[in-house]
Design a protein around this ligand. Sequence first.
Ligand code: TYC
Length: 103
Amino acid sequence: MTRRDPDSRTQTLERTHTQRPRLFRVLLLNDDYTPMEFVVMVLRRYFRKAEQEAELIMLAVHHKGQGVAGVYTRDVAETKVAQVMNHARRDGHPLRVVAEPEA
Ligand code: TYC
């Protein structure tokens, strides 16, 4: 839409559509020491996965090295990374979790 301010020689172009926020993948990284049950618990508690899906994601990470726990806006992704890392360290596990922008 174009609006003309009668007192000015400038014109403002207004966009009528809304930008979608950039999304971030939260990745779980494999290691040799974090127990499988802990990773499954993390996927259920922090990423709201059902038991079976949590086990599939955990095994995929175990075999392939990394995997996507979930996709979120930046603040949510960073909060989940911090919560999971805190929980893992509190329980003495070396689990690594990172957020990366989508494509
Ligand atoms: N590799 C670990 C084990 O054998 C299990 C594991 C899975 C650890 C996923 C981290 O993100 C991870 N106990």
